[in-house]
Design a protein around this ligand. Structure first.
Ligand SMILES: [Zn+2]
Length: 149
């Protein structure tokens, strides 16, 4: 029986975990602008699907994701947005959810990080990877919006 990720429900190929793949993906931003562009989407989707955000962080991130998906932003704008919203100095709430109360329900996600890895040669196919991450974000926001309209 193939193993399943206890957090996002993805079927895990050959004993790897979503976290391992995420750890590889977050280093891709050093490879170029295309990867930087979807970096925010990557981190947000991973955190949402793995139920890592606190309620306050989730609400903020969802607002940013929706804004991004409506009107793709430049890297500069994204950085600005992120620093406005996530800047530690102005932030009084926690980013990480407490163990007992993750605000994201367990969902059967249409797209998981495993799908991205398997269909983009582990992120090496830049074009495919970026397209998939954007689609991942779109579907994730769509699914979570049933709970956070
Ligand atoms: Zn997972």
């Amino acid at each position: 029986m193939p193993e399943q990720c206890p957090e996002c429900g993805a079927i895990l190929p050959d004993g790897r975990t979503c976290q391992e793949i995420f750890d590889i993906f977050i280093t891709l931003k050093y490879l170029g602008e295309d990867y930087i562009h979807v970096h925010f989407l990557l981190v947000s989707c991973f955190m949402i699907q793995h139920r890592r955000y606190s309620y306050e962080a989730l609400v903020q991130v969802l607002a940013m994701l929706r804004a991004y998906l409506e009107r793709p932003m430049t890297v500069q704008q994204l950085r600005q947005l992120a620093s406005q919203n996530m800047n530690g100095h102005h932030r009084t709430w926690k980013i990480k959810a407490s163990e007992d109360a993750p605000p994201v329900p367990k969902l059967a996600w249409h797209i998981t990080i495993i799908d991205i890895a398997q269909n983009s040669q582990e992120g090496q196919d830049t074009e495919q990877y970026c397209t998939l991450v954007k689609e991942w974000a779109r579907r994730t926001v769509e699914q979570i919006s049933a709970f956070y309209p």
